[in-house]
Write a protein that binds this ligand. Structure first.
Ligand SMILES: [Zn+2]
Ligand SMILES: [Zn+2]
Length: 348
């Protein structure tokens, strides 16, 4: 059986819509009929060759849809179930997966990176009982796809690692997609937010989303200003960008016993930044890395999306068809950090 998918044959070659073989269903997995899929900078990095992927390649890892087929060993899912999937899929068998931490599974797979992704009418997901997430009826497919990696990652960084409480101060360093998601989540949970970025446009958007204090990261004494504005530093700080300077600023933003969460990826020569470990010791700081969100943690977030506490739909910029997905991916050559994410919708 054939289906339509967006494919590129070489890194940087135009991604084109064409007929390809439908995926086969793994014994422990499911085939999802994709109804919506987000366009993400991670897909652009893979297309540009910054992350190796098998070629030819179908991108896409932020998907929502309907179960179209299940393997013989799947017990929890049936054809017709409305679902989404974390961008990290666990094996379903190791000690981490069994503990609900598939996001660090040593044998993880990622649709759209390790195999064909969701810029397609159908995509296969393995270990369905571990990796699929049921969508509440109130959450439409475009909104579910927009949770993608950025919103879910921000939510988990703040709630699980940050253990955020109402009234706490939070700093968000870097207000692109994941940073603005973090601002929205933190405000919705009753926290007081400091947004830090170099872009006036990004800071204005953070202010619209409820940030109480916005600071230009280029100011020489930005961390001192932040610490003064928050009465001695924030309880939780995120590096949502991923650079040695934002990581260090994030740690230095913390009040005593505060929690830093590294969300932005650190790549290449920036991969191991020097951090002020003297402060980590003297102030008993906690330092976490956050790598997405496992299926087991989704229900808490989806409940808040379904009741309108969280509005990820407000961060969606444009909804396009599958035929436009390749061009949308290629257009990320020109950075547009705050225009809102693009979501591809595939009518059922
Ligand atoms: Zn595993
Ligand atoms: Zn993504």
């Amino acid at each position: 059986m054939l289906m339509r998918a967006v494919v590129y044959d070489e890194y940087g070659a135009p991604p084109v819509l064409r007929q390809v073989q439908e995926p086969t269903c793994p014994e422990d997995g499911a085939v999802i009929a994709v109804r919506a899929t987000g366009v993400c900078r991670s897909d652009w990095h893979a297309w540009r060759g910054h992350d190796p992927v098998p070629l030819p390649h179908v991108p896409g890892h932020e998907l929502a849809g309907v179960v179209a087929a299940t393997g013989v060993r799947v017990t929890r899912w049936q054809v017709g179930d409305r679902v989404t999937v974390p961008f990290v899929c666990g094996c379903g068998r190791c000690e981490y997966c069994l503990a609900g931490d598939a996001q660090v599974c040593p044998d993880q797979t990622q649709p759209g990176f390790t195999g064909p992704g969701s810029f397609a009418e159908r995509v296969a997901v393995r270990a369905a009982d571990t990796n699929l997430v049921r969508l509440p009826d109130q959450v439409d497919f475009v909104t579910a796809a927009s949770l993608g990696c950025r919103f879910a990652t921000a939510f988990r960084a703040l709630t699980v690692h940050g253990r955020l409480r109402a009234g706490s101060w939070v700093a968000v360093h870097g207000c692109g997609g994941v940073g603005l998601s973090a601002v929205m989540v933190a405000v919705a949970l009753g926290a007081r937010v400091v947004a830090v970025d170099v872009s006036p446009v990004a800071l204005a958007r953070a202010r619209e989303l409820g940030a109480e204090v916005v600071l230009d990261a280029r100011e020489a004494d930005v961390v001192d200003v932040l610490r003064t504005a928050t009465g001695g530093g924030v309880h939780v700080s995120l590096d949502a960008l991923g650079s040695p300077s934002t990581a260090a600023s994030s740690v230095r933003s913390l009040r005593r016993r505060g929690r830093h969460v590294q969300v932005g990826l650190l790549l290449g020569r920036d991969a191991t930044p020097p951090l002020p470990m003297d402060l980590v010791v003297a102030h008993e700081l906690e330092v976490y890395g956050s790598h997405g969100m496992p299926a087991a943690d989704y229900p808490a977030m989806l409940t808040l999306v379904a009741d309108g506490t969280l509005r990820p739909d407000l961060l969606v910029g444009e909804v396009i068809g599958l035929a436009g997905a390749g061009a949308a991916l290629a257009s990320m050559d020109r950075p547009s950090r705050v225009a809102g994410m693009t979501v591809v919708e595939i009518p059922g």
